[in-house]
Ligand binder design. Structure first.
Ligand code: MG
Ligand code: MG
Length: 248
């Protein structure tokens, strides 16, 4: 069952989305060589709680932190800690907040100081693929039109999309139906309807799409250890097309 959100629900989701967006704005200011992922996490938690919201990931299946911080070859679900960021790193920051019973979820990948040309390209292609996917999120389209737009842009640029993790419906739960894969055939999947709220989140690898999980049982890394990026927005389908809830 895909739940369609009404006006009141959407108002709450807009607030949750705005809090997540503002938290990520703070992260953009803070990310530089020398900062630790734990410092980022602490600032994010403080801001979310100041907004009368709850960090959505903390305690989710036992995850210990507010943010997922995934550096370089780490794809998603990296755990914040004492690691200090270095010039040339890239860091994916995934953030979720629960406000008045509704969730917002968004991710960005940021450069730390000066990064390589291929990493610049990776971030650009991943963010572009998210935009292209969102542009397909309108009534009457099919879900995999979004997936196809993402996959085809990424692969045209010689990169790959992760298969093992996908986007999702979102609302009263962080993960609702439907799953939103970043690969698929156009014209397939459920028909998109007004009121559907989706977290669209391409995870893009410079090398192969294969991933594995570290012994901490959380951190997902690329099998070939090449870099990975992740951009995500929470989007709702409206009469006027896609509305991005996690953008300021
Ligand atoms: Mg997320
Ligand atoms: Mg998500």
């Amino acid at each position: 069952m895909i739940e369609l959100k009404n006006k009141e629900q959407l108002e709450k989701m807009r607030t949750a989305g705005r809090i997540v967006a503002e938290t990520l704005e703070i992260m953009k200011e803070m990310v530089k060589p020398g900062v630790t992922t734990e410092e980022l996490d602490r600032a994010a938690e403080q801001y979310i709680r100041k907004c009368q919201a709850i960090p959505a990931f903390k305690g989710y299946n036992g995850f210990p932190a507010t943010l997922c911080t995934s550096v370089n070859e780490e794809v998603v679900h990296g755990i914040p800690g004492l690691r200090a960021l270095k010039n040339g790193d890239i860091i994916s920051i995934d953030c979720g907040a629960l406000y008045d019973g509704y969730y917002g979820d968004s991710a960005i990948t940021l450069p730390v100081g000066e990064i390589s040309l291929e990493c610049q390209e990776l971030l650009k292609v991943c963010e572009e693929s998210l935009k292209l996917g969102i542009a397909q999120a309108f009534k009457g389209n099919r879900l995999f039109d979004i997936s196809y737009a993402i996959q085809s842009h990424v692969e045209k640029n010689g990169m790959s999309v992760v298969r093992d993790y996908v986007g999702h419906g979102i609302g009263r739960k962080m993960h609702e139906e439907p799953q939103v894969p970043n690969f698929g055939k156009p014209g397939r999947g459920p028909r998109l309807e007004i009121g559907m709220a989706l977290a669209i989140e391409p995870m893009v690898n410079l090398g192969g799409y294969q991933v594995e999980t570290l012994k901490d049982n959380w951190t997902v890394i690329t099998k070939d250890r090449r870099a990975s990026a992740h951009f995500e927005h929470t989007v709702v389908i409206t009469e006027n097309g896609p509305e991005i809830l996690t953008r300021i």
